[in-house]
Design a protein around this ligand. Structure first.
Ligand SMILES: [Ca+2]
Ligand SMILES: [Ca+2]
Length: 278
């Protein structure tokens, strides 16, 4: 029985390994939302249209045997811009050099929009290019404040963001796009691989639906607040001061008087008895 379980587990693991690692388009519904252009993936992107990198290592150059780079592209829109963010995993993040041209650690986004084919090239360290004419070779003028790139804090990759001023931004509008990621593995850009596609296979549609701002949860207090102290017992009323006892009447004096009276009576009584006997 144990042997059968072991074989089944091994077969499952092999089946998982044989599955394609890249899922393609996850959603084509682009929600309304305005992110911050800072090279950090805003939470609202993750509610909206996205696609993961597919077709790994479709072009390899130099001595590179392919890389394991992965990435996800996200879209948002408002009445001014179509926003695009790419979250890239790259274990060899290397600086761009001018001679490298497109061969840099960079995301490339391909678009077909109103019969115009263009591409966005954005390296992790800010080398940015927006080009048209079918193969993306002719640079368009572009406001440099409308893109941002940054290495992720944990060093596992980078994020690029761009705000594209597309025409006629309104719900129901569509465009086609695809994601490509270039990954160089040596600083001289002579070795690397490109993954993804340039064929704009996925169609995206702008939606009226709004991306919801994330709920900011407040941290509960770590410990229970101390129990309130019991209310103090009401103090006993102060005893009413008893009037000081009056000085005792001089009993001795009264006693003396009484004794004198008794003695006088006794003497008189005695005299009367004596007189009677005589
Ligand atoms: Ca951002
Ligand atoms: Ca790299």
């Amino acid at each position: 029985m144990k042997r059968l379980l072991a074989i089944t587990a091994a077969a499952l693991i092999l089946a998982v390994l044989l599955l394609p690692s890249f899922a393609g388009q996850i959603s084509g519904e682009v929600l309304k939302g305005t992110p911050v252009l800072d090279g950090v993936l805003d939470e609202i992107y993750t509610q909206s249209a996205s696609a993961t990198l597919d077709n790994p290592n479709f072009y390899i150059w130099g001595d590179c045997e392919g890389t394991d780079t992965t990435g996800t592209v996200y879209f948002l829109w408002d009445t001014s811009y179509l926003y695009v963010a790419v979250d890239v995993t790259d274990s060899t993040i290397l600086p761009s050099i001018e001679e490298g041209g497109w061969q840099q650690d960079s995301a490339e986004l391909w678009f077909t929009d109103e019969d115009l084919v263009f591409k966005v090239h954005a390296s992790w360290d800010g080398d940015f290019f927006l080009g048209g004419d079918g193969d993306g070779s002719t640079a368009f003028d572009f406001d440099k404040s409308k893109h941002a790139e940054a290495k992720k804090p944990d060093g596992t990759g980078y994020v690029v963001e761009v705000a594209l001023p597309l025409n006629n931004l309104a719900a129901g509008r569509t465009f086609d796009s695809s994601l490509q990621i270039n990954d160089i593995v040596t600083e001289d850009y002579q070795n690397g691989a490109a993954s993804g596609t340039q064929t704009c296979d996925f169609t995206y549609t702008l939606s009226d639906k709004e991306a919801l701002p994330p709920v900011i949860e407040t941290e509960p207090p770590e410990t229970e607040p101390p129990a309130p102290e019991p209310a103090p017992e009401p103090e006993a009323p102060a005893p009413v001061a008893e009037p000081a006892p009056e000085a005792a009447a001089p009993a001795a004096q009264t006693g003396n008087s009484a004794a004198i009276v008794i003695l006088a009576l006794a003497a008189a009584f005695g005299s009367a008895v004596i007189a009677k006997k005589r």
